[in-house]
Design a protein around this ligand. Structure first.
Ligand code: HEM
Length: 132
């Protein structure tokens, strides 16, 4: 029986996902369009760059160490404790869309699938913050 490739495989594995996260946080750190999102973070983006990359690797079908090292941790619940707004959620999704689109070598269908899924996750985080 053949197993369908995961988004992780289709995007090019850990190297491609780490590069996406680096481009994402480079944008957040330097582009004033994401000032509100940047202001939610501390001064050192190193740990969050690493954690987001490891999360995306696990979530997209790669090695699952982000989940196994934090048993029971839910990314939606984690963000419920943060002051997420519709504005910062839209900034997150926009920066991630650009970070993904910046690599023309990515499988376009997998890139769209992942960007759309992350966009929906951001909308859900904004909705749960509004409902709180
Ligand atoms: C709704 C828009 C979002 C906002 C405003 C936001 C904001 C933040 C902030 C401010 C932090 C740092 C928290 C701290 O200082 O401890 C953070 C951490 C993190 N975010 Fe988000 N985020 C958003 C969406 C997402 C999405 C969609 C994902 C998953 C795909 C995600 C994954 C993570 C991860 C993995 C961390 C690091 C958790 C840790 O290791 O402590 N975020 N986020």
């Amino acid at each position: 029986m053949s197993v369908s490739p995961t988004p992780y495989d289709r995007l090019g594995g850990a190297e491609a996902l780490c590069a996406i996260v680096d481009r994402f946080y480079d944008l957040v750190e330097t582009d004033s369009a994401y000032a509100a999102l940047k202001a939610m973070h501390g001064d050192d983006f190193g740990p969050v760059r690493q954690s987001l990359a490891r999360f995306l690797i696990a979530w997209s079908g790669g090695p699952r160490d982000w989940f196994t090292s934090r048993p029971g941790m839910c990314i939606m619940s984690f963000h419920r404790a943060l002051p997420v707004t519709s504005e910062t959620a839209a900034q997150w999704a926009h920066a991630m869309d650009r970070a993904i689109a910046a690599d023309p070598g990515l499988d376009p269908d997998a890139a769209r699938l992942v960007a759309d899924a992350l966009d929906r996750m951001c909308r859900a985080m904004a909705a749960q913050a509004r409902a709180a």
